[in-house]
Design a protein around this ligand. Structure first.
Ligand code: SF4
Length: 245
């Protein structure tokens, strides 16, 4: 089995409660959604995967797509120092578009002594069920319809979070000053209905390096969520501020 991969590189995690940890990022091609604020065009598969020649140095080599699981493991083993990394971030796009491929790959990544950190838009719950036993941490989005522009995903998010709780999970809600408070509250209630102790991150939309969420609005939303949830944090995209990938 093969999959199209956009990039493999070493950097720091820039979002959520794990911000700052060193990871190997495997950025898969393709996404099942089309969010208004997405910074990548996902139509068409990339002809080449860009692989960092030396971890953290930014110089990229091109490897022809699609990659087999053995191709990908070979790149990890030969070019990246597993011991220097906290985990492998399986990201995209939406990596669960490649669930069957991941089911073959993730056990081998764990055998290298690396944890598996899955970044996902939180909608492909059947595919998550296929791999959840091989994942250590799930970083799950809840998409507000008015902010993401992807329509109503509430039911999918609810099924997804139910399964994701089999691993360590946190939820991320992307917000700007125009986000609908009623939709934010619905997202909070969705999390609360399953487990009020799930860490929930309010992530301001970042436009041209600046947060599109005023400090007052961010604190208002955090206070609202903390009435029912135990751990609510406002965390911007730190990698953007640091000019990291
Ligand atoms: S889910 Fe993520 S990758 Fe997919 S369109 Fe939305 S922001 Fe982009």
């Amino acid at each position: 089995m093969r999959a199209s991969v956009r990039e493999i590189f070493s950097s720091v995690q820039g979002e959520g409660p794990y911000v700052g940890i060193r990871q190997i990022f495997i950025r898969f091609d393709g996404c099942n959604l089309s969010c208004r604020y997405c910074d990548t065009a996902w139509s068409g598969a990339a002809g080449h995967c860009r692989v960092e020649a030396v971890p953290g140095r930014g110089h990229l080599l091109e490897v022809a797509n699609p990659l087999s699981g053995q191709d990908l493991l070979g790149i990890l083993q030969n070019r990246f120092n597993a011991g220097g990394h906290h985990s492998v971030s399986i990201t995209g796009g939406e990596p669960l578009v490649h669930a069957e491929y991941l089911a073959g790959l993730l056990p081998a990544i764990r055998q290298m002594g690396l944890k598996v950190y899955l970044e996902t838009n939180g909608t492909l719950y059947a595919q998550l069920g296929r791999v959840i036993g091989m994942v250590d941490t799930v970083a799950m989005d809840i998409k507000l319809p008015g902010t993401a522009g992807c329509g109503s995903l509430w039911e999918k998010h609810s099924h997804f979070l139910t399964i994701a709780r089999q691993a360590q999970v946190f939820v991320k809600i992307v917000i700007d000053d125009q986000s609908d408070i009623g939709e934010f509250k619905r997202a909070v209630d969705l999390v609360c209905g399953l487990d009020p102790s799930i860490t929930t991150v309010i992530q301001p939309v970042t436009k041209k390096g600046r947060c599109a969420l005023s400090p007052e609005r961010g604190l208002e939303l955090q206070s609202m969520a903390l009435k029912v949830l135990k751990d609510v944090r406002i965390i911007p995209q730190a990698h953007v501020m640091m000019s990291q990938r």
